[in-house]
Ligand binder design. Structure first.
Ligand SMILES: C[S@@+](CC[C@H](N)C(=O)[O-])C[C@H]1O[C@@H](n2cnc3c(N)ncnc32)[C@H](O)[C@@H]1O
Length: 251
């Protein structure tokens, strides 16, 4: 179980509440290789081992995510075409593997209504914190209003569809963790950290099958370029990028 600390004494009560909400342990300090830390700016994942990268947090307002919103190519970018944003102007999208919420934010900034599902309490806590902060930023608060977060395993949609989602999504987007065997330059340090904490998504074949039953129009799967199809199911079409591809299954 992961420990959460607070950078300032006056954040202690808030950090304890986060611990209670997500099942973390609160401690005044922590030397574990991975821990969460609440700072006045954000909740962050801190890594303290040899050559560890800096803290990881989600920031929808600035940095890489903001750059992608402003200069990423709008509805002409591959991910937007893959989910059909160039054809369906305001689709309802379920991002069933929300992770850091980066892809979901692209969909919402291009007009889609997006439900983000995530089953890891660590990612869920980071995402909830980021969405709350972003909702206070006038530049992006309208985008954030189109994003709803649901904590849980998306495979439960099969049995639980009416209570978890208000309506069936037009599109279900899947970007499950892919087991990277080598530490290649392609695998970002950020991803490696998450992978070692959250583990590989070995049940994503099942998630594909459930998604194909639940989506109204299409299921889109993001895969590394050389990875086999999920569950060996040939998609209706694939869009190939340099490092990854989008496999599209029309309903
Ligand atoms: C590679 S990350 C997704 C990154 C994301 N596309 C982004 O833009 O930040 C995969 C995430 O999917 C989550 N996940 C995998 N299977 C899931 C499931 N069945 N239900 C909910 N979350 C799932 C994992 O916990 C992990 O955080």
């Amino acid at each position: 179980m992961i420990t959460i600390t607070a950078s300032d004494q006056d954040l202690t009560e808030q950090a304890k509440k986060i611990a209670q909400q997500w099942g973390f342990i609160f401690s005044p300090s922590c030397q574990d290789p991975f821990s969460l830390q609440l700072t006045p700016q954000h909740l962050q994942l801190v890594q303290s081992y040899k050559h560890s990268p800096g803290p990881i947090y989600i920031d929808f307002s600035s940095g890489q995510i903001a750059h992608r919103r402003l200069f990423g190519g709008g509805k002409g970018q591959a991910i937007a075409k893959a989910v059909g944003l160039n054809k369906l102007p305001y689709p309802v999208i379920l991002d069933a593997t929300a992770g850091m919420g980066k892809d979901a934010f692209v969909f919402a900034s291009l007009g889609a209504r997006v439900t983000l599902m995530e089953r890891s309490p660590i990612s869920a806590a980071l995402l909830t914190d980021a969405l709350q902060r972003a909702s206070l930023d006038n530049n992006i608060s309208e985008i954030i209003k189109r994003m709803d977060f649901v904590y849980g395993d998306a495979r439960l949609l099969e049995s639980d569809e009416t209570t978890t989602l208000n309506e069936k999504p037009d599109v279900i987007y899947l970007d499950p963790m892919f087991p990277h065997r080598k530490k290649s330059a392609l695998v970002k340090k950020e991803m490696l950290a998450f992978q070692s904490l959250i583990g590989d998504d070995n049940d994503s074949n099942e998630l594909l099958n459930i998604s194909r039953q639940q989506a109204k129009k299409r299921v889109v799967v993001k895969r590394p370029i050389k990875a086999p199809y999920l569950d060996n199911q040939k998609p209706s079409l694939s869009m190939n990028m340099k490092k990854h591809r989008f496999d599209i299954y029309f309903v």
